[in-house]
Design a protein around this ligand. Sequence first.
Ligand code: MTE
Length: 323
Amino acid sequence: MLIRKPNDIPSSEITSQSAYLNRRNFISGAAAAGAMALGADRVGQLVDPTSKVYAGTKLETVTSPLSTTGETLTTLKDITSYNNFYEFGSDKGDPARYAGKLQTRPWTVSVEGLVKNKKTFDIDMLLKLVPLEERVYRLRCVEAWSMVIPWVGYSLSEFIKRCEPLGSAKYVQFLSLADPKQMPYMKTVSLNWPYSEGLRMDEAMHPLTLLTFGLYGEALPNQDGAPVRLIVPWKYGFKSAKSIVKIRFVAEQPHTAWNDMAPREYGFYSNVNPDVDHPRWTQRNERRIGEAFYKQRRATLMFNGYGDQVAQLYTGMDLKKNF
Ligand code: MTE
Protein backbone atom coordinates (compact mmCIF):
# COMPACT_ATOMS: atom_id res chain seq x y z
CA MET A 1 0.00 0.00 0.00
CA LEU A 2 1.22 3.53 -0.66
CA ILE A 3 2.27 4.01 2.89
CA ARG A 4 2.95 7.35 4.47
CA LYS A 5 3.88 8.15 8.03
CA PRO A 6 0.40 9.03 9.29
CA ASN A 7 0.37 12.52 10.73
CA ASP A 8 -2.00 12.74 13.58
CA ILE A 9 -5.03 14.81 12.91
CA PRO A 10 -6.02 17.16 15.71
CA SER A 11 -9.32 16.18 17.24
CA SER A 12 -10.64 19.61 17.99
CA GLU A 13 -13.84 20.84 16.26
CA ILE A 14 -15.42 17.43 16.47
CA THR A 15 -18.87 16.00 16.81
CA SER A 16 -18.34 14.41 20.19
CA GLN A 17 -19.77 11.02 20.99
CA SER A 18 -22.06 12.49 23.63
CA ALA A 19 -23.41 15.16 21.23
CA TYR A 20 -24.06 12.42 18.67
CA LEU A 21 -25.79 10.16 21.17
CA ASN A 22 -27.91 13.04 22.46
CA ARG A 23 -28.90 13.92 18.92
CA ARG A 24 -29.79 10.29 18.21
CA ASN A 25 -31.90 10.07 21.35
CA PHE A 26 -33.68 13.18 20.20
CA ILE A 27 -34.24 11.77 16.70
CA SER A 28 -35.54 8.39 17.86
CA GLY A 29 -37.70 10.09 20.50
CA ALA A 30 -39.15 12.42 17.90
CA ALA A 31 -39.72 9.53 15.48
CA ALA A 32 -41.47 7.50 18.19
CA ALA A 33 -43.65 10.46 19.14
CA GLY A 34 -44.49 11.01 15.46
CA ALA A 35 -45.31 7.33 15.02
CA MET A 36 -47.65 7.37 18.01
CA ALA A 37 -49.41 10.43 16.65
CA LEU A 38 -49.84 8.82 13.24
CA GLY A 39 -50.69 5.32 14.39
CA ALA A 40 -48.36 2.36 14.07
CA ASP A 41 -49.63 1.34 10.61
CA ARG A 42 -48.37 4.58 9.14
CA VAL A 43 -44.85 4.47 10.58
CA GLY A 44 -43.41 3.47 7.21
CA GLN A 45 -44.72 6.68 5.73
CA LEU A 46 -42.47 8.79 7.94
CA VAL A 47 -39.83 8.28 5.25
CA ASP A 48 -40.82 9.43 1.80
CA PRO A 49 -40.02 6.43 -0.43
CA THR A 50 -39.33 8.71 -3.39
CA SER A 51 -36.99 11.03 -1.54
CA LYS A 52 -33.41 11.23 -2.73
CA VAL A 53 -30.60 10.65 -0.31
CA TYR A 54 -27.32 12.55 -0.50
CA ALA A 55 -24.25 12.60 1.73
CA GLY A 56 -25.37 13.90 5.11
CA THR A 57 -29.08 13.02 4.69
CA LYS A 58 -30.42 11.52 7.94
CA LEU A 59 -31.18 7.81 7.75
CA GLU A 60 -33.75 5.98 9.85
CA THR A 61 -32.04 3.14 11.66
CA VAL A 62 -32.63 0.48 14.25
CA THR A 63 -29.87 -0.62 16.61
CA SER A 64 -28.40 -4.05 16.05
CA PRO A 65 -27.28 -6.83 18.37
CA LEU A 66 -24.34 -7.25 16.00
CA SER A 67 -22.76 -3.99 17.19
CA THR A 68 -19.45 -3.97 19.01
CA THR A 69 -19.98 -2.22 22.32
CA GLY A 70 -17.93 -0.52 24.94
CA GLU A 71 -15.35 1.31 22.86
CA THR A 72 -15.20 5.05 22.36
CA LEU A 73 -16.42 6.03 18.92
CA THR A 74 -13.95 7.73 16.60
CA THR A 75 -15.13 11.25 15.90
CA LEU A 76 -16.94 12.15 12.70
CA LYS A 77 -14.17 14.63 11.99
CA ASP A 78 -11.48 11.92 12.09
CA ILE A 79 -13.59 9.42 10.12
CA THR A 80 -14.13 11.93 7.34
CA SER A 81 -10.71 13.53 7.12
CA TYR A 82 -8.34 10.56 7.42
CA ASN A 83 -9.21 8.29 4.50
CA ASN A 84 -7.92 5.89 1.90
CA PHE A 85 -9.68 6.33 -1.43
CA TYR A 86 -6.93 6.27 -4.00
CA GLU A 87 -9.12 7.36 -6.90
CA PHE A 88 -9.02 10.73 -5.11
CA GLY A 89 -5.34 10.80 -4.12
CA SER A 90 -2.85 9.03 -1.90
CA ASP A 91 -2.62 11.51 0.96
CA LYS A 92 -5.00 10.79 3.86
CA GLY A 93 -6.57 14.24 3.43
CA ASP A 94 -7.02 13.97 -0.36
CA PRO A 95 -10.39 12.14 -0.40
CA ALA A 96 -11.96 14.85 1.80
CA ARG A 97 -10.39 17.46 -0.48
CA TYR A 98 -11.31 15.97 -3.87
CA ALA A 99 -14.29 13.60 -3.51
CA GLY A 100 -16.84 16.33 -2.80
CA LYS A 101 -17.91 16.60 -6.44
CA LEU A 102 -18.51 12.88 -6.96
CA GLN A 103 -22.03 12.51 -8.39
CA THR A 104 -23.78 9.95 -6.23
CA ARG A 105 -27.24 10.32 -7.82
CA PRO A 106 -28.40 8.86 -10.12
CA TRP A 107 -26.46 5.71 -9.16
CA THR A 108 -27.04 2.08 -9.94
CA VAL A 109 -25.53 -1.18 -8.79
CA SER A 110 -25.69 -3.98 -11.33
CA VAL A 111 -25.70 -7.64 -10.46
CA GLU A 112 -23.90 -9.90 -12.91
CA GLY A 113 -22.66 -13.44 -13.32
CA LEU A 114 -23.94 -16.64 -11.80
CA VAL A 115 -27.33 -15.52 -10.46
CA LYS A 116 -30.99 -16.01 -11.33
CA ASN A 117 -31.73 -12.31 -10.84
CA LYS A 118 -29.37 -10.36 -13.06
CA LYS A 119 -30.70 -6.95 -12.24
CA THR A 120 -29.69 -3.33 -11.95
CA PHE A 121 -30.68 -1.74 -8.65
CA ASP A 122 -31.29 1.95 -8.30
CA ILE A 123 -29.42 3.08 -5.20
CA ASP A 124 -32.55 4.44 -3.51
CA MET A 125 -34.27 1.08 -3.97
CA LEU A 126 -31.25 -0.71 -2.59
CA LEU A 127 -31.22 1.59 0.41
CA LYS A 128 -34.78 0.59 1.27
CA LEU A 129 -34.59 -3.11 0.53
CA VAL A 130 -34.63 -3.97 4.26
CA PRO A 131 -34.54 -1.78 7.41
CA LEU A 132 -31.22 -0.08 7.98
CA GLU A 133 -29.31 -0.96 11.12
CA GLU A 134 -26.72 0.96 13.04
CA ARG A 135 -23.73 -1.27 13.72
CA VAL A 136 -20.66 -0.10 15.55
CA TYR A 137 -17.65 -1.93 14.13
CA ARG A 138 -13.90 -1.52 14.42
CA LEU A 139 -12.15 -0.76 11.14
CA ARG A 140 -8.52 -1.95 11.15
CA CYS A 141 -6.39 -0.74 8.26
CA VAL A 142 -3.47 -2.82 7.01
CA GLU A 143 -1.34 0.27 7.68
CA ALA A 144 -1.80 -0.41 11.43
CA TRP A 145 -4.31 2.24 12.38
CA SER A 146 -7.88 1.70 13.49
CA MET A 147 -11.16 3.47 14.17
CA VAL A 148 -14.51 2.58 15.78
CA ILE A 149 -17.39 3.63 13.56
CA PRO A 150 -21.19 3.58 13.87
CA TRP A 151 -21.95 2.32 10.36
CA VAL A 152 -25.44 2.23 8.83
CA GLY A 153 -26.48 -0.60 6.55
CA TYR A 154 -27.81 -4.13 6.46
CA SER A 155 -26.28 -7.57 6.11
CA LEU A 156 -25.03 -8.15 2.58
CA SER A 157 -26.66 -11.60 2.87
CA GLU A 158 -30.10 -9.92 2.66
CA PHE A 159 -29.15 -8.54 -0.73
CA ILE A 160 -27.46 -11.74 -1.92
CA LYS A 161 -30.53 -13.83 -1.06
CA ARG A 162 -32.63 -11.62 -3.31
CA CYS A 163 -30.16 -12.08 -6.18
CA GLU A 164 -30.60 -15.87 -5.97
CA PRO A 165 -27.04 -16.99 -6.75
CA LEU A 166 -26.59 -20.29 -8.59
CA GLY A 167 -24.87 -23.21 -6.87
CA SER A 168 -21.84 -22.62 -9.09
CA ALA A 169 -21.27 -19.12 -7.59
CA LYS A 170 -18.40 -19.56 -5.12
CA TYR A 171 -17.15 -15.98 -4.82
CA VAL A 172 -18.53 -12.45 -4.98
CA GLN A 173 -16.60 -9.64 -6.63
CA PHE A 174 -17.21 -5.96 -5.89
CA LEU A 175 -16.25 -3.29 -8.41
CA SER A 176 -16.06 0.40 -7.66
CA LEU A 177 -16.86 3.27 -9.98
CA ALA A 178 -13.94 4.11 -12.28
CA ASP A 179 -14.55 7.49 -13.84
CA PRO A 180 -11.37 9.49 -14.49
CA LYS A 181 -13.46 12.61 -15.14
CA GLN A 182 -14.67 12.58 -11.56
CA MET A 183 -11.76 10.76 -9.94
CA PRO A 184 -8.68 12.85 -10.64
CA TYR A 185 -6.03 10.50 -9.25
CA MET A 186 -6.89 7.42 -11.30
CA LYS A 187 -4.28 8.58 -13.81
CA THR A 188 -1.49 8.96 -11.27
CA VAL A 189 -2.08 6.14 -8.79
CA SER A 190 -1.08 2.88 -10.47
CA LEU A 191 -3.72 0.51 -9.14
CA ASN A 192 -5.53 -1.79 -11.54
CA TRP A 193 -8.83 0.13 -11.99
CA PRO A 194 -11.67 -0.30 -11.38
CA TYR A 195 -10.93 -1.01 -7.72
CA SER A 196 -11.86 -4.65 -7.28
CA GLU A 197 -12.36 -6.72 -4.16
CA GLY A 198 -13.78 -10.14 -3.47
CA LEU A 199 -15.10 -12.46 -0.80
CA ARG A 200 -15.74 -16.16 -0.68
CA MET A 201 -19.50 -16.83 -0.73
CA ASP A 202 -19.64 -17.89 2.93
CA GLU A 203 -17.75 -14.73 3.97
CA ALA A 204 -20.14 -12.62 1.91
CA MET A 205 -23.14 -14.38 3.50
CA HIS A 206 -21.85 -13.94 7.05
CA PRO A 207 -24.26 -11.68 8.97
CA LEU A 208 -21.44 -9.33 10.02
CA THR A 209 -20.67 -8.39 6.41
CA LEU A 210 -22.41 -5.08 5.97
CA LEU A 211 -23.68 -3.41 2.83
CA THR A 212 -23.11 0.09 4.07
CA PHE A 213 -24.94 3.29 3.20
CA GLY A 214 -24.11 5.61 6.06
CA LEU A 215 -22.31 6.40 9.27
CA TYR A 216 -23.20 8.40 12.36
CA GLY A 217 -26.86 8.15 11.34
CA GLU A 218 -26.38 9.93 8.01
CA ALA A 219 -25.76 8.92 4.39
CA LEU A 220 -22.07 8.24 3.68
CA PRO A 221 -19.86 11.21 2.99
CA ASN A 222 -18.27 10.85 -0.47
CA GLN A 223 -14.77 10.30 0.93
CA ASP A 224 -16.07 7.33 2.94
CA GLY A 225 -17.41 5.55 -0.12
CA ALA A 226 -20.79 7.09 -1.00
CA PRO A 227 -23.32 6.03 -1.92
CA VAL A 228 -22.66 2.38 -1.03
CA ARG A 229 -19.63 0.44 0.20
CA LEU A 230 -18.77 -2.77 1.89
CA ILE A 231 -17.64 -3.23 5.49
CA VAL A 232 -16.10 -6.56 6.48
CA PRO A 233 -15.10 -5.94 10.08
CA TRP A 234 -12.73 -8.89 10.59
CA LYS A 235 -10.63 -8.06 7.52
CA TYR A 236 -8.19 -5.26 6.79
CA GLY A 237 -9.95 -2.11 5.58
CA PHE A 238 -8.91 -2.51 1.96
CA LYS A 239 -11.35 -5.42 1.54
CA SER A 240 -14.14 -2.88 1.98
CA ALA A 241 -14.65 -1.53 -1.53
CA LYS A 242 -16.13 1.96 -1.78
CA SER A 243 -18.60 3.51 -4.23
CA ILE A 244 -19.67 0.13 -5.62
CA VAL A 245 -21.32 -0.06 -9.06
CA LYS A 246 -21.10 -3.80 -9.82
CA ILE A 247 -21.49 -6.99 -7.85
CA ARG A 248 -20.48 -10.14 -9.71
CA PHE A 249 -21.10 -13.74 -8.69
CA VAL A 250 -18.29 -15.91 -9.99
CA ALA A 251 -16.95 -19.46 -9.82
CA GLU A 252 -13.26 -18.61 -9.37
CA GLN A 253 -11.47 -16.40 -6.86
CA PRO A 254 -11.65 -12.92 -8.41
CA HIS A 255 -8.62 -10.69 -8.84
CA THR A 256 -8.33 -7.86 -6.34
CA ALA A 257 -6.74 -4.44 -6.79
CA TRP A 258 -4.11 -4.69 -4.02
CA ASN A 259 -3.25 -8.31 -4.70
CA ASP A 260 -2.64 -7.40 -8.37
CA MET A 261 -0.35 -4.60 -7.29
CA ALA A 262 1.70 -6.41 -4.62
CA PRO A 263 0.76 -10.08 -4.19
CA ARG A 264 3.43 -10.69 -1.54
CA GLU A 265 1.99 -7.94 0.62
CA TYR A 266 -1.78 -8.20 0.17
CA GLY A 267 -3.40 -11.60 0.00
CA PHE A 268 -6.95 -12.46 -1.01
CA TYR A 269 -8.11 -13.31 2.52
CA SER A 270 -6.60 -10.35 4.38
CA ASN A 271 -8.02 -11.39 7.73
CA VAL A 272 -6.73 -9.16 10.51
CA ASN A 273 -3.99 -11.37 11.95
CA PRO A 274 -1.36 -10.16 14.42
CA ASP A 275 0.66 -13.34 13.74
CA VAL A 276 1.28 -12.50 10.08
CA ASP A 277 3.42 -9.41 9.66
CA HIS A 278 3.22 -7.29 6.59
CA PRO A 279 6.59 -7.77 4.84
CA ARG A 280 7.50 -4.18 5.70
CA TRP A 281 6.02 -3.70 9.19
CA THR A 282 4.53 -5.52 12.15
CA GLN A 283 0.82 -6.22 12.48
CA ARG A 284 1.10 -6.91 16.22
CA ASN A 285 -0.38 -3.57 17.23
CA GLU A 286 -2.28 -0.59 15.91
CA ARG A 287 -2.82 3.10 16.54
CA ARG A 288 -6.38 4.16 17.40
CA ILE A 289 -6.99 7.35 15.42
CA GLY A 290 -8.00 10.32 17.54
CA GLU A 291 -6.96 8.93 20.93
CA ALA A 292 -4.45 10.71 23.13
CA PHE A 293 -0.89 9.95 22.06
CA TYR A 294 0.03 8.00 25.20
CA LYS A 295 -2.87 5.52 24.80
CA GLN A 296 -3.09 5.27 21.00
CA ARG A 297 -1.12 2.02 20.68
CA ARG A 298 -3.01 -1.15 21.38
CA ALA A 299 -2.53 -4.84 20.62
CA THR A 300 -4.19 -5.96 17.41
CA LEU A 301 -6.74 -8.71 17.97
CA MET A 302 -7.05 -11.81 15.81
CA PHE A 303 -9.88 -11.27 13.31
CA ASN A 304 -10.00 -7.71 14.67
CA GLY A 305 -11.80 -9.06 17.74
CA TYR A 306 -14.54 -10.86 15.78
CA GLY A 307 -13.02 -14.35 16.14
CA ASP A 308 -15.94 -15.81 18.09
CA GLN A 309 -18.21 -15.04 15.17
CA VAL A 310 -15.96 -15.77 12.18
CA ALA A 311 -13.09 -18.11 13.09
CA GLN A 312 -15.10 -21.16 12.03
CA LEU A 313 -15.10 -19.90 8.43
CA TYR A 314 -11.40 -20.75 8.28
CA THR A 315 -11.28 -24.10 10.08
CA GLY A 316 -8.52 -26.23 8.58
CA MET A 317 -6.96 -23.38 6.60
CA ASP A 318 -3.37 -22.29 7.16
CA LEU A 319 -3.87 -18.57 7.74
CA LYS A 320 -0.15 -17.88 7.30
CA LYS A 321 -0.30 -19.21 3.75
CA ASN A 322 -3.80 -17.85 3.12
CA PHE A 323 -2.99 -14.37 4.43
N1 MTE B 1 -12.28 1.48 -2.22
C1 MTE B 1 -11.92 2.12 -3.34
N2 MTE B 1 -12.77 2.16 -4.37
N3 MTE B 1 -10.72 2.76 -3.46
C2 MTE B 1 -9.80 2.72 -2.46
O1 MTE B 1 -8.71 3.28 -2.60
N4 MTE B 1 -9.28 1.96 -0.19
C3 MTE B 1 -9.47 0.85 0.74
C4 MTE B 1 -10.94 0.69 1.16
N5 MTE B 1 -11.82 0.81 0.00
C5 MTE B 1 -10.14 2.05 -1.25
C6 MTE B 1 -11.43 1.45 -1.15
C7 MTE B 1 -8.63 0.97 1.92
S1 MTE B 1 -6.96 0.75 1.65
C8 MTE B 1 -9.12 1.21 3.16
S2 MTE B 1 -8.13 1.12 4.55
C9 MTE B 1 -10.53 1.59 3.36
O2 MTE B 1 -11.26 1.69 2.14
C10 MTE B 1 -10.57 2.93 4.06
O3 MTE B 1 -11.86 3.33 4.37
P1 MTE B 1 -12.08 4.73 5.08
O4 MTE B 1 -11.37 5.79 4.28
O5 MTE B 1 -13.55 4.94 5.11
O6 MTE B 1 -11.47 4.62 6.45
